[in-house]
Design a protein around this ligand. Sequence first.
Ligand code: G
Ligand code: G
Ligand code: MN
Ligand code: NA
Length: 256
Amino acid sequence: SQLEAQLPLALKQDEFEVFYQPIINLKSGVVKGFEALVRWNHPQLGRLSPDQFIPIAEETGLIQALGEWVLQTACAQMSAWHGMVPGPAKPSINVNLSARQFAQPHLLKSIQNILHRSQLDPAYLNLELTESCIFNRDQETLRLVQQLQELGAYIYLDDFGVGYSSLQYLNFFPLNGLKIDRSFTQKLNCHAQTQAIVRSVISMAQALQMEIVAEGIENYQQTHCLSTLNCCFGQGFLYAPPLSGADAANLLTQQL
Ligand code: G
Ligand code: G
Ligand code: MN
Ligand code: NA
């Protein structure tokens, strides 16, 4: 396809941009951190969403270079923001890793280098994996998860609830957090069954000492419901869409 052919040059020509969606403490309203979400500012087609090019980048192998660029950009940005945030309440950065990226042999070394270059304290880096990243419940994959944690980073399972054997992953991998998929958040108000499922997911995550972030919060009823269910953190259009770096920095500054 046309996009496939343009992707490598787009990276060289700096056409990608990282946006930052705030992750909010639902009780206090304070920004806990941001999820980094990449966009492609295409010279003819305008701003493209990752759904339009991440799958292509995965197929062609460019995801390796693009993924490293996103990680480097997001870590350097957060490191710079930490410079302007006084005190211990520093925001964290969540970065998505695709399956192919996770499978590449130099991932650990590459993240180590990025942390070193950006001078970001690894305790503020959360890596969001999908089930497809950790589909193989084998010793090699387990070791990689542990090594990333030994670097000081935290491992989150993204889109929780939309896969098909999630509980097996929780049992096998020492995960630090769960992101509850927005399809659950969106049904919370009107659907008692969804509430029951989310309630049990949250109590299970708490028992496993995992942090929980609800995705796709669009109204206060959902926030209220999540708070009642002891979900501490969330993100969604109610609070903010993914923001440009400049807008995210403004939000942080206002909060000081
Ligand atoms: O915000 P939104 O439309 O931008 O994101 C759509 C999807 O693309 C989400 O599922 C998100 O996890 C994924 N995504 C966004 N940025 C990245 C990225 O840098 N790397 C990977 N692998 N996926 C991303
Ligand atoms: O990693 P992941 O797929 O979960 O990335 C989040 C995606 O969800 C991005 O595409 C982002 O733009 C989108 N998003 C963020 N907040 C909301 C929301 O409140 N409602 C909806 N429908 N989508 C959201
Ligand atoms: Mn995500
Ligand atoms: Na998600």
